[in-house]
Write a protein that binds this ligand. Sequence first.
Ligand code: HEC
Ligand code: HEC
Ligand code: HEC
Ligand code: HEC
Ligand code: HEC
Length: 219
Amino acid sequence: MSALFKPSANFIARFSLVAVASVLGGGLLGLWGYFRTPYAQGLQEEIVQPVLFDHRHHVVDDLIDCRYCHFNVERGASAGVPSTEMCLNCHSQIWNKSPKLEPVRRSYFTGAPIEWNRVHQLPDFTYFNHSIHVGKGIGCATCHGRVDEMAAITKVASLQMSWCLACHRNPAPNLRPKDQITSMTWQPPADPAAAQLLASDLMKSYDVNSRVSCTTCHR
Ligand code: HEC
Ligand code: HEC
Ligand code: HEC
Ligand code: HEC
Ligand code: HEC
């Protein structure tokens, strides 16, 4: 039998094992790399919505506060998306002939809600809450970017655990006065000393703590 496997076969067998392992490994590494890219995280990806709702018309031009439509953002876990009735508060009067608003009128007359597609969606095993963030001085723009400049909403942050944790470890530089929560243009003071003073002031007055224990977000 020994003639069947020459001593060199041993080497070939080992070599091919290593080769297979590194191809698999390379593949996994490639996949891992892929999931870290902006593409896989869905950043800048435009999601087609049933109505061509444009935040630029509603936020900049007309200065409608985010909270008029996302009415639950200070009160509960989710921000909420407005109902058809709320659209018609304005659109029964203005642009009421616009073909772009046809799906809104159809929804109103049939009673079937508009089925908006989610842009931001955390996995089920994580817990997130808007009201605590907004109530402790984290602005919409910090997590959602310049919504007032987006024709269609895209994600600007990965929403990965490492992103949450980076801020939870050191929230101070991300805090702003609560009356600026929905401002799209607020900036911390340009002078570093002044910025630091404001940050430590807000840490104290809003009683902000670093929260990194697993049960904060996995419960
Ligand atoms: C006139 C109502 C209205 C106003 C004002 C408004 N929004 Fe929206 N928003 C919507 C609607 C409708 C959607 C769902 C369709 C979409 O994603 O564009 C939405 C979606 C979003 C989403 C994406 C939700 C998801 O699926 O993940 C974010 C983030 C958001 N809005 C943030 C804001 C911020 C920040 C402001 C203030 C600067 C604001 N919105 C002002 C109506 C509004
Ligand atoms: C600390 C980061 C953070 C801040 C600040 C924040 N959001 Fe969000 N937002 C998220 C995350 C994360 C999700 C996805 C939540 C999920 O899947 O459960 C989300 C989802 C949403 C949605 C989709 C519907 C929902 O509630 O899940 C809307 C609308 C929205 N945010 C609007 C706002 C507005 C308006 C503000 C400011 C008043 C704001 N957000 C502030 C992180 C944030
Ligand atoms: C507070 C008033 C107000 C509310 C509420 C409102 N809109 Fe508007 N919307 C406007 C105004 C004003 C314009 C015109 C903006 C412009 O042309 O600059 C507009 C424009 C539009 C347009 C573009 C129409 C066209 O023919 O170009 C669409 C689509 C639209 N809105 C959808 C919605 C939807 C969907 C909702 C509910 C989620 C909604 N709007 C809620 C005030 C409102
Ligand atoms: C830009 C900063 C920032 C980001 C990003 C952020 N958080 Fe927070 N988060 C805070 C602050 C500040 C608090 C309040 C901490 C305190 O004082 O208790 C908080 C509190 C929380 C709480 C505690 C709520 C409660 O009721 O106990 C949860 C849960 C939470 N965050 C989840 C998340 C998740 C999940 C993400 C990522 C998807 C995230 N946060 C991203 C700043 C942030
Ligand atoms: C500030 C919020 C936050 C804290 C604190 C946190 N996580 Fe997470 N975790 C998340 C979010 C959001 C996701 C989903 C997104 C992702 O997969 O990155 C996640 C995903 C995970 C996953 C799924 C694997 C993965 O990478 O997709 C595991 C396992 C996990 N967390 C374990 C932990 C452990 C263990 C701790 C404590 C050391 C912890 N987490 C603390 C927010 C948090």
